[in-house]
Design a protein. Structure first.
Length: 131
């Protein structure tokens, strides 16, 4: 699971973290029973306040995405299943609209934008294979 925070994104850090974990669960990258990093470990990795990570985890637990197991930590709820393809669109639609707007404002044509996506998709896929 790859998590990162975007300092340029006006979305609060705790919400960025929540959104990313939900996307990983919806896509099946995080499966039922998968353990998440401890609050301290994730806070250190993302260079954020442990209370912010704890708040994100708690909200996800309150909404049924995660469950806290005594002595084990947080894990994906056993009732969570990957979303159907049309439901997954919800998790990328906002970012996609923002990207299209930014590309258009920067003067990219539709074909240039698609080429840019494909180039970065290939790089991302190669980086993921190395991890």
């Amino acid at each position: 699971m790859r998590l990162s925070l975007d300092s340029q994104d006006p979305t609060p850090k705790f919400q960025q973290l929540i959104d990313q974990i939900q996307r990983h669960i919806a896509s099946g990258t995080l499966y039922p029973g998968a353990r998440l990093p401890s609050v301290r470990q994730l806070a250190k990795t993302l260079a954020m306040n442990p209370m912010t990570v704890s708040r994100s985890y708690q909200q996800l637990a309150d909404e049924g995405w995660l469950e806290r197991l005594p002595g084990v930590g947080m894990q994906v709820s056993e009732t969570m299943r990957p979303a159907e393809p049309e439901q997954r669109l919800h998790y990328v639609e906002g970012a996609l609209a923002h990207f299209i707007q930014a590309a258009s404002e920067a003067g990219y044509s539709k074909s240039e934008t698609m080429a840019l996506i494909m180039t970065h998709w290939e790089r991302y896929s190669a980086d993921q294979a190395l991890e």
